[in-house]
Unconditional design. Structure first.
Length: 136
């Protein structure tokens, strides 16, 4: 089986997302996203790194942080774009699972060779992803 360099790089981006967020490294975390990224969670639709940073930093104060745990992702690479789904669980400091669901992502490989999120939608267990079939 040939080595999957794109898959490895995408898996590393997914792991960095979790570790940077859990460690409060918000500058590094937002750098994982394209400038014009889209982020959907809990009915919110955020566009751009600045909006994302404004949302996540207060939501992930030090006392709120725990650990994001992810499954092996399903990755479909098409050129310099990839669609990815990954199951996740968030474990709080009390060691209880506080949420779980699935990440629905679109990533792109930039000219610098780094894979960044163009889109991320967080879908909690029991919910359905947004219908975006009209995007063209």
């Amino acid at each position: 089986m040939p080595h999957d360099a794109s898959g490895d790089a995408i898996r590393a981006t997914l792991a960095r997302y979790c570790q940077y967020l859990d460690d409060g490294r918000f500058d590094d975390w937002t750098a994982l996203f394209a400038e014009d990224c889209e982020f959907r969670v809990m009915g919110l639709h955020l566009v751009g790194r600045d909006a994302l940073r404004g949302f996540i930093e207060p939501a992930q104060s030090e006392e709120m942080r725990g650990r994001h745990l992810i499954s092996e992702p399903l990755i479909d690479v098409d050129g310099n774009r990839a669609t990815v789904t990954t199951d996740y669980a968030f474990v709080g400091r009390d060691l209880a699972v506080q949420s779980s669901g699935r990440y629905h992502d679109v990533l792109a490989c930039g000219d610098d060779g780094e894979w960044r999120f163009l889109e991320r939608e967080i879908v909690f267990v029991g919910d359905q992803p947004a219908d975006r079939s009209d995007r063209g």
